[in-house]
Design a binder for this molecule. Structure first.
Ligand SMILES: CCCCCCCC/C=C\CCCCCCCC(=O)SCCNC(=O)CCNC(=O)[C@H](O)C(C)(C)COP(=O)(O)OP(=O)(O)OC[C@H]1O[C@@H](n2cnc3c(N)ncnc32)[C@H](O)[C@@H]1OP(=O)(O)O
Length: 225
């Protein structure tokens, strides 16, 4: 069910909360490349059995690079503005652990609008491993939290997760395309009831229901209840 209760023009601008906003197109290609290289680096480090000389040399190199990058850091809470294929505008935290554009630890999960809600595909490597060969249950919850939070933000207004219930139906495999979907089920005042699921090979491996509570937007308290 699509619940367009909030016209795009009324979506809150994070700048009104004092948060800096970066347009997605303004993220330098060089930073995107660095994020991808470091994403691969984390996987390499997690799995390497290289000799100790190589490990020591790599540690020194990485330490040096880290120092050079830390000379200029973003403000905490910096947001990224994304233009979805549907024409909608979405805001997200730029270092968001699941979807953040500049976070090498993010898989990342990229979501697009569908007639029902949001949909994305992601394949996870051993960095996200819990049981052997399987995705960590906390990461399954993180993917679902992100999907339901985003669908609530895109179809209504942004909120915080008040409650998230996850049912783990089947093991969720690594190195397998995972389809993540989410939709808004109903809205009651500031409460947005949402649901989401993860499928592997077309079969549901995990599903969630959640309650998002919309952030109070200054000047709209009476309309929001
Ligand atoms: C900051 C500005 C941002 C601007 C722009 C943002 C753009 C972002 C865009 C896109 C992002 C999408 C991606 C994100 C995805 C990830 C989401 C997360 O991981 S969120 C982090 C984890 N969650 C928390 O840390 C919440 C901690 N909890 C709280 O802060 C509060 O408890 C909160 C906000 C949830 C509610 O507090 P209250 O004071 O605003 O509201 P009350 O009056 O307590 O509740 C409102 C209604 O909800 C019910 N309610 C609240 N919690 C409930 C619960 N656990 N179970 C059942 N009902 C609950 C209450 O009973 C009440 O219902 P009745 O109006 O009386 O009918």
């Amino acid at each position: 069910m699509t619940v367009n209760t909030q016209p795009v023009t009324e979506r809150p601008d994070p700048r009104a909360f004092g948060l800096p906003v970066v347009e997605q197109a303004q993220i330098p290609a060089e930073l995107r490349s660095l994020v991808a290289r470091v994403h691969d680096l984390v996987d390499a480090v997690a799995n390497t059995e290289a000799d100790t000389d190589t490990l020591a040399e790599a540690a020194a190199t990485v330490e040096g690079v880290t120092g050079r990058l830390n000379v200029a850091r973003r403000q905490i809470g910096t947001m990224v503005q994304r233009d979805l294929q549907s024409g909608d505008v979405e805001y997200g935290t730029i270092t968001n652990i699941v979807s953040g554009d500049t976070n090498p630890a993010a898989p990342p999960l990229l979501l697009e609008r569908t007639p029902e809600g949001l949909r994305g595909e992601v394949t996870l490597n051993t960095v996200y491993q819990g049981p052997p060969g399987l995705v960590h249950g906390g990461w399954i919850a993180a993917l679902l939290d992100q999907a339901v939070g985003s669908v609530s933000a895109v179809e209504t207004t942004p909120g915080l997760t008040a409650k998230l219930e996850v049912n783990y139906r089947r093991p969720t495999p690594l190195f397998t395309p995972l389809e993540v979907t989410a939709e808004v089920d109903r809205v009651e005042g500031r409460k947005v009831f949402v649901s989401g699921r993860i499928r592997a090979h077309g079969e549901v491996t995990a599903e969630a229901t959640a309650l998002m509570v919309q952030v109070r937007i200054p000047g709209t308290e009476t309309q929001q209840g």
